[in-house]
Ligand binder design. Sequence first.
Ligand code: ADP
Length: 415
Amino acid sequence: MESQTHYLNNDEELRVEVKLGTVVTATLVDGAAEIFGAELPKKTPTTLPGGKHAIFSWRGATIEIAGETEMTYTANASAPMTAYLNVDGVLQRRREAARAAGTPGPRVALVGPTDVGKSSVAKILCNYAQARWTPTFSDLDLGQGGITCPATIGAVPIDRPIDACEGLPLEMPLVYFHGDVSPGNNPTLYKALDRMGEMLRARDETNAAAAASGVVVNTMGWIDKAGYGLLLHALEALAIDVVLVVDHEKLHAELSRDLRGKKIKVWKLQKSGGVVERTPEFRRRSRDARVREYFYGPLGDLSPHSQTLEFGKVSIFKIGAGPSAPRSALPIGQESSADPLRVSTVAPSMSLLNAVLGVSHGKTQAELLSSNVAGFIFVTDVDVANGRFTYLTPCPGELPSRNLIAGTLKWIETR
Ligand code: ADP
């Protein structure tokens, strides 16, 4: 296998672009380096899956990359990384103060347009914090599926470094299925993220260590017009008290104005020169890759189970107008008359083919809106004549709940 040795000086970063669906490995031969804040182990290959990666060194390092990359280059990243480290220092002091006073720790949100490195900075801050604390990472960006599948929002405690390949520790994820990869078709449902804020607050009341560790939230990149309203709503719902605006002067000014007098700090943060802009096509493919990863594992080496079930054994619901009538399909200026939070049943039909369905923890129809999901299944066949369907699931055996939620999220399985 092709391998290259790279020498990093102080404050330099090796940026590695790996084709989706392939992997390379990075080995720290000498010195010290980190991937988005997670220390690279010495002399042990770390798998880097398809995507864009940054290996940063404060003191210099020798890195060996094995496998074929799309692009590899070295650059100085002193300014942004020092800024992120300084933010970490401020947050650590706030955590100490919170622990001493028995109050919640910092609740930080990364905001800004798409592709400025929000989720990467959120990861860096969680990785720096997890050595002494258990911060909660929360992702509100429906598009990329930062926690499990796309079309979700969620939160997860970070009690160990975030692995470059495995991703977030997922023993205890709190995941809500929105059903669509953008909030625009049902912003009212997106606002239902209030329930996640309530869950996190309830947890803080019983878990002082988690409370003092605080929350780091990655928000979505839709920051104008209705998107800005949703962002303000999210900041309030999650009781954010530190807003880090990445690379957007106007948004910084707007938030400083609109959050004045609310005991919320609004700081500017610079974008790293390494952040890569992703085309809509790349985003779509990385979303598909996330769904594939959910069922087949990050390295594609897990075997999901195929099961067939009668439609009568489950109830499939949609929320709001559901898959059939997106807002964009209505005449301009006309609002859908349907209640955006109405929960209704979905009749068995071929439209469920290739759908990714959320398996809700909600026990009744009324509970579905406020309930998180246990996981997802993928519908691979619909046999309407015989009233049954076949699906893939990562876990064998009976579904943890018979209540399934359908949105617009679909996946076409390709090898
Ligand atoms: P956002 O959350 O603002 O949309 P991301 O954090 O997802 O942005 O970053 C966009 C892309 O750039 C991602 O693929 C990420 O892995 C990559 N990236 C971020 N920071 C760096 C860096 N310093 N060097 C190389 N790639 C980076």
